[in-house]
Write a protein that binds this ligand. Sequence first.
Ligand code: PLP
Length: 510
Amino acid sequence: MVKEFQQAKWLEPLIFEIGGEGRIGHIVPNPDDEVKKEVGDIEKLIPEKLRRKDEPKLPELSEVEVVQHYTRLSQMNYGVDTGFYPLGSCTMKYNPRINEELASMEEVMWIHPYQDERTVQGALELMYKLERWLAEITGMHRFTLQPAAGAHGEFTGVQLIRAYHEYNGELDKRDEIIVPDSAHGTNPASAAMGGFKVIVVPSNENGCVDIEALKAAVSERTAGLMLTNPNTLGIFEERIEEIARIVHDVGGLLYYDGANLNAIVGKVRPGDMGFDIVHLNLHKTFGTPHGGGGPGAGPIGVTKELEKFLPVPLVEYDGEKYYLDWDRPHSIGKVKGFYGNFNVLVKAFAYILALGEEGLKTVAEISVLNTNYLVKKLKEIKGFELPYGKDKPRKHECVFSASPLKRDTKVRALNVAKRLLDFGIHAPTMYFPLIVHEALMIEPTETATKEQMDEFIESLRKISEEAYSNPEIVLSAPHNTSVTKLDEAMAARPKTLFLTWKMYLKKSSE
Ligand SMILES: *Cc1c(COP(=O)(O)O)cnc(C)c1O
C-alpha cells in the first residue's frame, strides 16, 4: 500500500522578521549580577578593544512566538523520528530516547574538562570501559575516543600510518595509500590530506577488490590500504585474509573503514581479518542522532604494535583510580580539544550497555535480513537492476541502478529519489558509490519495520509504473513536500548564497 502524504507547508518568515521590540520570554535572574558578586564588574574583565560597541541586533520575541516558530519549522522537516530513512551508508537507525536522557543528566552536561581528576572518576571510568568494549567488539588492542567524526578518525588513522613508517625509518619511500574504487570519498581525501599519493584499485564483477590488480598495485612504496568491509555495495570481501597478507607482505598497514559496522557488529571482528587500524562511527552504528553536522564520534582502534602512537591522553586505571596518561613519548599528539565529544560517548556507552552482546548480534542479524528482503523484492521492479554480484547476499545495504529506467523513460535516480519524498519516505543515497551508474544506495537498518519496508517497495513500484506511463509526474517531483523542486545550482551561487541575516541585509540593500 502506498501512503498518502502531505507535508506541512507554512509560509514561515525568518526569526528576524517576526516579534517586536521589548518582547521577551521567561525572566531569569541576570547572570551578570551573579558574576558581579564574585568577580566585580564583568565589563572590566574584557579588554576595551575586544568590547562590542553596538548592541547586538538580536530578534526580540515572546516565548509563544519562539515555540510556534520552531514547531512550524520542525513540521516542515523530515527525520529518523518521522518515518523510513533508507539513506545508504548513513545508518539512519532509530536512536533510543534513554541515550538522550542519560546524556542530558547534569553530571554529564555540566562536567568541565579542567576539573580535577578526583572529581570526574565516573566520566573517566565510562571512557575506560567504552574503550575496552570497542576493543572487544572490533578485535583491536586499544582505542582513542578523541576524533569527532568518521573522516576525522580516518585522518587520525592516516597520521598513525605515517608515525609507524616514520618510526621504522621508511616514511621517505612509503608514500602511497591504496584505496578501492568503491571507497567512500573520505578515504582518498584523508589519505591525500595525510600527505600520501592515492592509488585506486578497481573492483571485479562481484564488486570485491580485484586481487590481481591489488597485487600489481602493492610495492615497497605502499604505506597502507584503506578498505571498507562489507564494502559500500553491501558486499562482504570474502578474500579479506588474502588481501591482508598481500599488503602486510610488502610492509604496508591495513586500515578498516568501520563507519557502518551494523552488519557485522558482534559477529566478526576487523582485528581477526587482519586490520591494523579501525575507525568506528559511534553516531551511525551506536545510536546517536546525526546529520546536519554532528556532534559525532569516530574512535580509532589499533593493534598492540601501534598503541604507542595513539593521541594523548589515554585513560588508565591503577587499581584504585582512573587517570589521564599524557606521558606517551611516541604519540602523534592531540587531534581534538580535550577528550572528544563526551556526550556522544555517553550515548554509545548506554547503547552498548542496554543491548549487551546478544542485542548487538541481533542488530547485525536484522539489519542484514532487512536488506536482503528489500533486495529480493526490489529486483522484481521494472527499471531497476542490481549490478555486481547479482546473486551474492548483501549485508547492511544494497545499491540498485536506475540505468534501465533512465534508458527507457528518461527518469533518473535523482527523480526517483525526489518522487519518493511524495510518499513520505526519505530518499536513498544517490549517485554513490561512483562505480554504479544512476545509483540508489539503500540501507534499511534493523529498526525499520516490515510494514515500512513494504510501503517503500510499493512506492518504488508505483514510481516505476508512473515513469513508464506518465514520466512527467516523476520528473517534476516532489509535489507533496513543504519545499518543491529546487534549483540545485542556484543554492550554490555566490550571488544567491546568504549564509547569515547580516549577509542577506547587506546584499539586498545593494
Ligand atoms: C559516513 C562514512 C564515513 C564518514 O563519516 P563522517 O562521520 O561523516 O565523517 C566514512 N566512510 C564511510 C563508509 C561512511 O559511511
